[in-house]
Design a binder for this molecule. Structure first.
Ligand code: MV4
Length: 448
């Protein structure tokens, strides 16, 4: 099936990224937008657009009836969900397909399987992929939790089976804490995700977060398109991502092989990411994301592939043949957020009064902002992604330094001072990072 017209059910930089890919493929983009985004760049660039709601994402980018009305009215062939919002919602993907419209992403069945992380652990362990000690079924009650915790040894982690974004996870150091935290974790999971299923995992102190980019076509071909290092996070939001992860060649091959094995086991199609925790040469599968990710450009910059185009090609039934995927360069993505790093990262909004985005050799900036743009308070705080590459990690860091000397974003607060500080910090420049690194770093330093 040739896709001719695609509805983009998203906003901001990813809506722009998808519009650009569609234009290069001679496919007509159609945008649905929230009233608050009426002056945004993607809204200005899309010739065909429909406002789907006002007053918050529940009534706009999460408003399935309105999105489907727009899709039907404009007779689109496919819907691209971007990331966040409805991108990993199996019910939405099902509704789209039931309308005879192609969902640009995995099947609803694959998405359903991935929603439950205890289930992901169960599948992994059944096919010999390493997971951390713990349970592959939800824990029924406190007595079972105590028994499991005793067997695997403290510290353990309680995790919401259908959780995400770091919500509904708790570290538990001993049995007293377990007694206190088990019901809290359960009710938190229920409140956040509508399901109170909790599973247990051995807690790893200071691992790295390593992920593998996967692409699967509709003929059973599955590829691993390199690794990414994503350990630098704050409140479970990534701040800096890199490709490739700096692992030994043999470790990279093992982790990519396991990612492919998992994706094949669930007949995964389209683009996705398998997430691992990594410590002392060992990797443990944690979950799989059924979407294009914010950090996909670092993989694009190191491989020369266009991952958003690939999503569309896979969705229209093309066979994907990738031979000798080479990663010869290094790429680092710095997320620029509208937030005040001097005031506990409080969200910032308002008019961008002065803007200079550096560019130059080896610099890619994916961003929807412009001078005079009014950053609205209703959405997430991502303003821009600086994707900087070099022949080596050191070269990329040198270019990053000059980029952050040049950049000016005025009128709102941004996290640029944090990136400047990190570029002067040996743990980061020497790549001695782990999942707790940024949290500890922020406690130690004063940003000036
Ligand atoms: C862990 C872990 C250590 N041990 N699980 C955080 C978000 C969710 N996706 C899983 N997370 C973690 N799970 C075990 N068994 C540490 C984290 C974690 C983390 C992971 C990746 C990046 C940043 C992090 C920050 C704190 C905790």
């Amino acid at each position: 099936m040739k896709i001719r017209k695609v509805l983009i059910a998203n906003r901001g930089e990813i809506a722009l990224r998808i519009i650009r890919a569609l234009r290069e493929l001679d496919i007509e983009p159609v945008l649905v937008y929230a009233y608050e985004d009426r002056d945004a760049l993607p809204t200005q660039l899309a010739k065909t657009k429909i406002c789907i709601g006002k007053g918050g994402v529940k009534d706009s980018y999460l408003n399935i009836p309105n999105i489907m009305s727009a899709a039907t009215l404009l007779k689109v062939d496919a819907i691209h969900p971007g990331y966040g919002f409805l991108s990993e919602n199996p019910m939405f993907a099902r509704i789209v397909e039931d309308h005879g419209i192609k969902f640009i992403g995995p099947t609803p069945e694959a998405m359903q399987q991935l929603k439950n992380k205890a289930n992901v652990r169960k599948i992994s362990s059944s096919i010999g992929i390493p997971i951390l000690p713990g349970t592959t079924e939800p824990i029924e009650n406190l007595d079972i939790a105590k028994k499991v915790a005793k067997e695997i040894g403290y510290p353990i982690m309680l995790k919401a089976a259908t959780g995400g974004g770091g919500k509904g996870i708790r570290v538990v150091n001993n049995e007293e804490e377990l007694v206190r935290l088990f019901p809290i974790a359960k009710s938190e999971a229920k409140a956040s995700f509508g399901k109170d299923a909790i599973y247990i995992e051995k807690y790893l102190e200071n691992p790295r977060h390593i992920e593998v980019q996967i692409a699967g076509d509709e003929y059973g071909n599955v590829y691993a398109i390199g690794t990414r290092e994503c350990s630098i996070q704050r409140n479970h939001q990534k701040v800096i991502e890199e490709a490739p992860a700096q692992l030994k060649e043999s470790e990279t091959l093992k982790i990519m092989e396991d990612a492919i094995k998992f994706a094949k086991a669930i007949k995964y199609t389209n683009l996705g990411t398998v997430e691992f925790l990594y410590l002392n040469g060992q990797h443990y599968l944690m979950e799989m994301n059924a979407r294009i990710q914010v950090e996909h450009p670092v993989t694009e910059e190191t491989t020369g592939l266009d991952l958003v185009k690939m999503q569309i090609q896979i969705a229209q039934g093309e066979k994907i043949l990738l031979k000798d995927i080479k990663t010869t360069t290094h790429a680092i993505e710095f997320r620029i957020n509208a937030e005040d790093p001097f005031d506990n990262f409080k969200p910032s909004f308002g008019k961008i009064s002065n803007l200079h985005l550096p560019l130059g050799r080896n610099v890619r900036i994916d961003s929807h902002i412009f001078e005079g743009y009014n950053v609205p308070p209703f959405f997430d705080s991502l303003l821009a992604k600086f994707i900087i590459k070099g022949n080596t990690r050191e070269e990329a860091l040198k270019t990053a330094k000059r980029v952050f000397e040049e950049v000016r974003i005025e009128g709102i607060k941004t996290n640029i001072p944090l990136h400047r500080k990190l570029l002067e910090t040996e743990e980061f420049t020497k790549n001695k990072v782990h999942t707790k690194f940024l949290e500890e770093f922020l406690k130690e330093i004063k940003l000036v």
